[in-house]
Design a binder for this molecule. Sequence first.
Ligand SMILES: [Cu+2]
Length: 177
Amino acid sequence: MTVSKFLVAAATILLSATTFAAGTHGGGHDHGAASGEPGKASEASRTITVEMYDNYYEPESIIVSPGETVRFVVENKGNLVHEFNIGTPEMHEGHQEEMMMMVEHGVIQGGKLNHDMMEMDMGNGQSMKHDDPNSVLLEPGQRQEVIWKFSDNSNIEFACNVPGHYQAGMYGDVKVQ
Ligand SMILES: [Cu+2]
């Protein structure tokens, strides 16, 4: 592929990702507020088990105290790859563009993850590894923990940013009170 063709292809991907993210319910929320920080297991006040199905969470919402550290045990009980990601609606919108790229590059294939592809250098020192502390991306049957210390920001959702899933309703409210 020539450089100019590659640029056109990249621009097309960006454009479609932006269009895709535009239909979310992110309007009217605060911008740029932090969702919290990675927590320590020793400071977790409790464990919440979150089950992921196609395409919803059980439970659908949670209540936390400001500054509380929660240990989440996340289990994928569906037939598709799902994500559990803690963030503001704006963060989820941004992450949906990255996830769209992961699908277009074959990293996410319905019910499977291509782990070799996730490790691969994309040419600019970046990979498509999915290792942020606020999220896990799981294949069917997998189970993993997220330990998160919430701030007093109540504009937080847990969400799945696999293309189409958020739009299908795969997000839940975090009520901070
Ligand atoms: Cu999902």
